[in-house]
Design a protein. Structure first.
Ligand SMILES: Nc1ncnc2c1ncn2[C@@H]1O[C@H](COP(=O)(O)OP(=O)(O)OP(=O)(O)O)[C@@H](O)[C@H]1O
Ligand SMILES: [Mg+2]
Length: 331
């Protein structure tokens, strides 16, 4: 007679000791300890790394017609991070909401000369550019509320799609040697109207921030189609060079899945660095600051520095700094 299988009775004492012993022997065995150690390693690498000025000015349009994905946040924090790395950086705020101007601490109430005057009245860009309040080597051409009418006012104007480009070319030509602007970021509104077209015509590179949430890629194919049209008809030099994953939540499978999906679609463009969801990042603008100065020790500031280093194709000063920069953050 075959006896019935006996239930396996676990020895609780043995299990407890099995679960706790690795952490007791090695404090690095807990996820929190590993996270802290990983962040300390990333911080050392990012602080040791240095960036070199690009050979020529790089002009980026920061675009995604989806609202609230982190265009403005990424614009101002990357700009500040690059300035802190020694670059001369100009932010052009082409969104009537004026959020980039706010975050850089630049006045932009009605009556302040801004991008509206440049686009509609051909005022030189140099006349509207102001220094950012908290970071050196960083300037901003602000957006005032008048810009809300510019979409319509631009329609009858001559060369309506190239007005920003003309103004920017003139401005950049005046800034040479040590004063040369190394990076320009144009912060777009969440739409594909004439303001965004002006931005696309002015740039060589498009930076697309993508929020690691459901429907992350929604609208991106329409954006890519529009970029193709701009390339064919108005600006043959335009290319999508950089995709930045924003508001990443390491605790959720969803963020990791979305990040993976975006990387599959754009294997060469997505930066290794992920921007985490962080309260410090979202608080900074209400103080007229970027997170780079508002809380330089935060993970948000560290991540934007790492992303900025990736964008400058960093040459590391320490033996292992280059290898480590941007690592340890994959979802
Ligand atoms: N990494 C982050 N962690 C937490 N909050 C963030 C992060 N990035 C952006 N936010 C917040 O999300 C909101 C939208 O961000 P942001 O304004 O940068 O998006 P946007 O794409 O420029 O929006 P719009 O389309 O309206 O111009 C803001 O309240 C911002 O503070
Ligand atoms: Mg914005």
């Amino acid at each position: 007679m075959v006896s019935a299988p006996q239930p396996v009775v676990e020895n609780k004492d043995t299990n407890v000791s099995r679960e706790t012993s690795p952490a007791a022997k090695d404090p690095m065995a807990t996820p929190l300890a590993r996270q802290v150690a990983d962040e300390a390693r990333r911080r050392r690498a990012a602080e040791a790394a240095t960036a070199h000025r690009p050979e020529a000015t790089r002009v980026f349009t920061v675009a995604n017609q989806k609202g609230g994905v982190g265009k403005t946040t990424s614009t101002v924090n990357l700009a500040a991070a690059l300035s802190l790395l020694g670059m001369n950086v100009l932010v052009i705020d082409i969104d009537p909401q004026g959020n980039a101007s706010t975050a850089l601490g630049v006045p932009h109430h009605s009556g302040v000369p801004g991008i509206y005057d440049v686009l509609i009245d051909s005022v030189p860009l140099a006349d509207v550019v102001q220094p950012a309040s908290t970071v050196e080597r960083l300037w901003c051409a602000p957006a005032t509320i008048d810009l809300a009418g510019a979409e319509i006012e631009l329609v009858p104007l001559v060369a309506r799609e190239a007005r920003l480009r003309k103004a920017l070319e003139k401005f950049l030509a005046q800034r040479t040697g040590d004063d040369r602007i190394d990076f320009v970021f144009i912060d777009c509104p969440p739409s594909l109207g004439l303001l965004t077209v002006n931005a696309f015509v002015s740039a060589q590179e498009v930076l697309i921030p993508i929020q690691t949430e459901y429907y992350a890629l929604e609208g991106v194919s329409q954006l890519m189609n529009n970029i193709t049209l701009i390339r064919e008809h108005l600006n043959p030099d335009l290319r999508v060079s950089t995709i930045l994953l924003t508001m990443y939540d390491a605790r959720t499978r969803l963020s990791a899945q979305v990040a993976e999906e975006v990387r599959q679609h754009f294997p060469n463009e997505v930066l290794k660095t992920l921007i985490p969801r962080s309260v410090r990042i979202s608080e900074a603008p209400s103080f007229g600051e970027t997170v780079m100065t508002y809380d330089p020790a935060s993970t948000g500031a560290l991540s934007y520095r790492e992303a900025a280093l990736e964008m400058t194709a960093v040459k590391a000063s320490g033996p292992s700094a280059g290898e480590e920069t941007g690592e340890g953050q994959h979802g």
